[in-house]
Design a binder for this molecule. Structure first.
Ligand SMILES: C[S@@+](CC[C@H](N)C(=O)[O-])C[C@H]1O[C@@H](n2cnc3c(N)ncnc32)[C@H](O)[C@@H]1O
Length: 675
């Protein structure tokens, strides 16, 4: 069978599919590679963390050092022949470190090695059915020289490694077309493989039934990875999507394209590498195009478009991108507003600075985040981010003339940069709390301060989940992000509530007399979330048709309880004081009325101890109960959403089970009533 271009490809539903169903079986990768930074910490065959004594490639390789390792002799024997025969070994040995990340080159070498000889030409831009985009990517000469150079140099390094493997000596090869095509194919089709915590470990290229799925910024499907064997229910999933040629070309799909069975997996066994499964996150009708996201759906329109153009060389025309006005979500994600006390008397011509404003705000926020990641200085990061969120940028800082009453440009609390800042603040406050506990393990005063820091961290995680949820209500494809953020919020709140530091408060004689966990604290009489989630935990099918009812029950309940405890959670934090409600955002219209000027943060003087509530009657004990209740609600709702987008047997659900474990009696009790 020859390998010729048939058309621009896409995948369509072959039958009606409900939301939350696997629409493909698990696909093993055609090629995969760990990112360079994980080569010595993770197994190069299955991507799992390496044991203390890893196994090295076991074929008769030249001398050590080996530049990758395996978790077991089994992984080594199945992958190390390919490591050598694909010339990955030679590339790692000869590859100058100045060249940068090599995972795409290594994945391309592995891909080339698995190609049958009949498919090793690149007519019309495809290899084994997969689009290479080589012509488009190399056509950037003149305005993206660095990118083009990277492809040309990469192909040269790959070709040299292949020559070395064949023992042709070190003379430079002079034709790199196939290597360029394979590298461009990897850049066009490879997906980032993440572990359960969302960390990107490496990349993988899958067969056309996966790779022909196009992008949308409002997709109806998502995908997930299995680093170990998928559970039987996923393994048995049918392929419920079919390939289709775009633009109405009546072409039989497999004709002219190397069929998958023709791809020689070489030494790569079916069991190697992370498997991928595609799942519906919306209802998909028979014949409807199936799409996934190639980019972060929480990025604003312009940024997504730029990312898609620079990486994949296309302009997205999805519903979100092509509507004549920005969609509500895109509007909110990029809203920067002049917010000053005299905002009605805005200086004429300030529009000129709006573009500069976004760049400056972006630089300030990104610099603070990068500095934190590099230096680990969590205290300075919290200060910088909160100063920027609270004060914004002055007109003068943007290059405007100094005026008596300068307008201030602030990020909207739901702006994508604010969301990024909240994510970092959740982590930075958590790190500060744990550092304090480690440094001053015996000093109660510092324990109370650590509790304050954990409290602020939990408040930011609740705000992050509430903000994303607000956007999710208008853009259902944000379901996976919102699930993760609710789970994160639930985890933070339950960790806060379970902190041993609360017992110090009891010792101090504060009115926190009943801090034990009792069922009455968790059972919510107003919503059935608990029963539904427990049923799911006990392996019932998740009913995605319940989504609307469950979401509104959850929303009402969690908004109510949060209103009681929010003042306590944010006590002493200047920025969060301006956030009237972290879940129900109707207050945003009146945000400018709220004054935060006279409130100074006083973390460190133990806000928990000094807090008496706005009404003066809210006890620490009540706060503790509410934190627990909100935490359980968030975790269960996040778990419910995660069941829809990852399946109820996903590791995330096991993770939630483990967090709820101390409340096992609760789960069992519901299980009994359920029977
Ligand atoms: C992984 S492939 C997807 C399958 C591809 N359409 C094909 O024919 O093989 C990625 C490439 O498909 C094209 N593509 C994906 N989504 C698109 C979209 N929404 N609009 C236009 N082109 C798209 C771009 O050329 C992109 O580089």
């Amino acid at each position: 069978m020859s390998c010729s271009l048939i058309a621009e490809m896409e995948m369509r539903g072959s039958e009606d599919v409900e939301m939350g169903q696997d629409i493909t079986p698990p696909f093993p990768p055609l090629s995969f590679s760990l990112h360079d930074s994980f080569l010595l910490s993770h197994c190069s065959a299955c991507f799992s963390p390496l044991p203390l004594r890893p196994t090295f490639p076991h074929i008769p390789l030249p001398l050590p050092p080996y530049l990758l390792s395996y978790c077991s002799p089994r992984c080594s024997s199945s992958d190390s022949p390919l490591h050598f025969s694909s010339a990955e070994f030679h590339l790692l040995r000869s590859h100058p470190s100045s060249f940068g990340e090599s995972s795409d080159l290594r994945a391309a070498l592995r891909f080339l090695h698995s190609l049958p000889a009949s498919c090793r030409s690149v007519p019309n831009g495809r290899l084994a059915g997969l689009l290479t985009n080589r012509d488009k990517l190399l056509a950037r000469t003149g305005y993206d020289e660095e990118f083009v150079e990277r492809i040309r140099d990469g192909a040269r390094v790959m070709a040299a490694a292949r020559k070395m493997r064949e023992g042709y000596g070190s003379s430079e090869p002079n034709d790199f077309v196939l290597e360029e095509a394979a590298l461009c194919l990897v850049l066009t089709n490879a997906v980032e493989v993440q572990d359960d915590s969302g960390r990107t470990l490496g990349i993988a290229v899958y067969d056309p039934s996966f790779s022909w799925i196009n992008h949308s910024c409002s997709p109806n499907a998502s995908y997930r990875f299995f680093l170990s064997s998928p559970p039987p229910c996923c393994a048995q999933a049918r392929l419920r999507i079919v390939p289709c040629a775009r633009h109405g070309l009546e072409t039989q799909i497999e004709s002219g394209v190397c069929s998958i069975s023709e791809l020689s997996y070489g030494e790569m066994r079916e069991n190697n590498g992370p498997k991928v499964v595609v799942r519906s996150i919306k209802r998909i009708k028979k014949g409807e195009e199936v799409t996934v996201a190639y980019t972060d759906l929480l990025h604003p329109k312009e940024m997504r478009q730029l990312e898609l153009w620079s990486k994949y060389w296309f302009i997205c025309c999805c519903r979100r991108c092509s509507s004549s006005h920005l969609t509500y979500v895109d509007h909110i994600l990029q809203e920067v507003s002049p917010a000053s006390l005299q905002s009605s008397s805005l200086l004429s011509g300030q529009d000129i600075y709006i573009n500069g404003t976004i760049e400056s705000l972006t630089d300030h926020i990104n610099d603070a985040i990068t500095e934190y990641l590099e230096s680990g200085d969590s205290e300075s990061c919290c200060k910088k981010l909160e100063d920027m969120l609270t004060q914004g940028l002055l007109y003068e800082q943007l290059g405007g003339r100094e005026e008596k009453s300068q307008p201030v440009f602030k990020l909207h609390p739901l702006h994508y940069l604010s969301l990024n800042a909240y994510t970092t603040l959740v982590s930075a406050y958590k790190v500060r709390a744990s550092d304090l506990l480690t440094l001053y393990s015996g000093m109660e005063e510092h324990h109370l301060e650590a509790l304050d820091l954990s409290r602020i961290s939990a408040a930011y995680s609740l705000l992050l989940a509430g903000a994303t949820h607000h956007l999710f209500q208008s853009e259902p494809s944000l379901i996976a992000s919102v699930a993760n953020f609710w789970i994160g919020a639930g985890e933070s709140l339950l960790t806060l509530a379970r902190s041993s530091v609360w017992s110090i408060i009891v010792k101090c004689g504060l009115p926190a007399t009943n801090l034990s966990y009792t069922l009455s604290k968790h059972i919510c009489s107003k919503c059935s979330l608990m029963q539904k989630f427990i049923a799911i935990l006990h392996h019932r099918e998740v009913q995605s048709t319940d989504l609307e009812n469950i979401s509104s029950e959850f929303f009402d309940c969690v908004t109510n309880i949060t209103q009681t405890v929010w003042g306590f959670l944010i006590h002493g934090c200047q920025y969060l004081r301006a956030v009237k409600d972290p879940i129900e955002f109707s207050w945003l219209g009146t945000r400018k009325d709220s004054s935060t000027r006279d409130i100074q943060p006083h973390l460190g003087s133990s806000a928990v101890v000094s807090y008496h509530g706005d009404e003066g009657s809210f006890s620490v004990c009540e706060a503790h109960t509410c934190i627990f209740q909100v935490g359980v609600h968030c975790l269960l709702y996040g778990g419910y959403l995660a069941c829809i987008c990852y399946g109820q047997h996903s590791n995330l659900i096991t993770h939630i089970r483990n967090i709820l474990d101390p409340e096992e009696c609760l789960i069992n009790r519901f299980h009994e009533t359920d029977k």
